[in-house]
Design a protein around this ligand. Structure first.
Ligand SMILES: Nc1ncnc2c1ncn2[C@@H]1O[C@H](COP(=O)(O)OP(=O)(O)OP(=O)(O)O)[C@@H](O)[C@H]1O
Ligand SMILES: [Mg+2]
Length: 391
């Protein structure tokens, strides 16, 4: 699954932003408050809308009036174009507005084209809780197939049809899109949360803040010994001295992480190892996940890591993007950018209250300067990306 394009209207600082031709790994730079976290939160918003409904997704963010771009009346719209493998380009569109002061789904569409030239099939086309939905997706692709569409009604106009219509469980494209949204993950790792021991339990994926690191370590160690060994091998290459990491259950039923330094007999508790050691270990646990997330967003991965490690970290992220899911990263680090490719880099500029997102690749000058030996991080620091620095 790959997101090819995103068009956002009236969502907070993004009054009208369009991203196209997205690569599998995208890196975003921009001043504080330019909207990097807001961009990732588009997926959080869609997940909350899918798990609950749009009213609750808005309420969690302060309500419609807080979320809608200041000065606008609406609707808030998201258009996401994605592709499964070599399948057709699928467009999902949703518009959220207010009716009598209550948030509703004004419009929801899912469509894709039959072949290169055919007309797009509208698999669903809903407004305010009512609409048409196709009932014969399995015929899609057969040249003579005619669409069969049924009028349907949802329980409430603030529910997404991709959730509310039971029949869509069977639709490949809807299932793929739901998986993308439901299993999307943001990593905003906090070392202080990852250090303490945890009550024993079960966790298969690292949480956003990393506070279940010991449990996920135990899970991978018990169920995927080969993956665990790869993590340890990488760890000892990158953090001098580290030979082994264990998740151990204490007598009072807690799980502690212990790091073994080759120079000493007894292992250290996670509480006493360095910040960078924990962080590198947590990233490896996140990136070597046996069941990767379809979309992984990572906030400022550079913090606490030794600059020369960032080059390898970028490689790890890129590897995940190839074999796992798509990766979006925000960064403030020139060292990190030095390992990023031009086509992967985007920059955010906030002007008169709203943000635009530009592609580094579109600057003609930059191709020339990189050829002459300049580095991407260096050029960013020098202010080559117009408007990127705070004034
Ligand atoms: N309804 C709205 N309309 C316009 N702008 C908004 C709205 N709600 C929030 N904002 C603005 O959006 C920005 C939020 O930015 P965000 O937290 O995404 O930035 P960031 O790039 O992640 O910054 P940092 O580097 O500090 O983490 C703030 O500048 C805030 O004022
Ligand atoms: Mg942020």
């Amino acid at each position: 699954m790959k997101i090819e394009a995103i068009h956002i209207r009236n969502y907070k600082v993004f009054q009208n932003v369009r991203l196209v031709h997205l690569p599998k790994m995208c890196v975003f730079v921009g001043a504080n408050g330019s909207g990097k976290s807001t961009l990732f939160d588009v997926f959080g918003f869609l997940r909350d809308s899918l798990t609950h409904n749009v009213r609750q997704a808005l309420a969690r963010r302060g309500g419609f009036k807080e979320v809608i771009s200041r000065g606008e009346t609406g609707p808030i719209t998201f258009e996401i174009k994605f592709r499964e493998g070599k399948g057709p380009l699928v467009t999902y569109f949703v518009a959220i507005g207010l009716k009598d002061g209550i948030p509703i789904v004004e419009k929801e569409l899912l469509k894709y084209r039959r072949g290169q030239t055919g007309k797009p099939w509208h698999f669903l086309d809903f407004s305010e809780g009512r609409g048409l939905a196709i009932t014969n997706e399995s015929d899609y692709g057969s040249p003579d197939a005619e669409m069969k569409r049924d009028e349907q009604e949802l329980d409430s106009p603030d529910i997404l049809a991709i959730k509310g219509l039971g029949q869509f469980q069977r639709f490949r494209m809807v299932s793929a899109f739901r998986r993308l949204i439901e299993q999307w993950h943001v990593s905003d790792f906090h070392i202080s949360d990852a250090r303490p021991s945890q009550d024993s339990g079960h966790a298969e994926h690292l949480s956003s803040r990393g506070d279940n690191l010991a449990l996920v370590t135990q899970y991978i160690w018990e169920n995927y010994p080969d993956v665990f060994q790869s993590i340890l091998d990488k760890m000892s290459q990158r953090v001098p001295g580290i030979q082994r990491v264990e998740a151990i259950e204490t007598e009072d039923g807690r799980i502690v992480l212990k790091f073994q330094d080759g120079s000493f007999k007894d292992p250290f508790l996670a509480r006493y190892v360095s910040d960078g050691t924990i962080k590198m270990f947590a990233y490896l646990v996140l990136l070597y996940d046996p069941n990767p997330h379809p979309l992984l967003c990572i906030e400022e991965p550079e913090n606490q890591l030794y600059p020369s490690l960032l080059d390898e970290l970028v490689e790890e992220f890129r590897g995940y993007a190839v074999t796992g899911g798509q990766v979006f990263i925000s960064t403030h680090s020139p060292d990190f950018l030095n390992s990023v490719e031009l086509k992967e880099l985007f920059w955010l500029v906030k002007k008169e209250g709203f943000t635009q997102i530009h592609r580094a690749e579109e600057l003609t000058l930059i191709h020339h300067l990189l050829e002459e030996g300049d580095s991407l991080g260096g050029l960013w620091k020098q202010g080559l990306f117009d408007g990127v620095h705070p004034v």
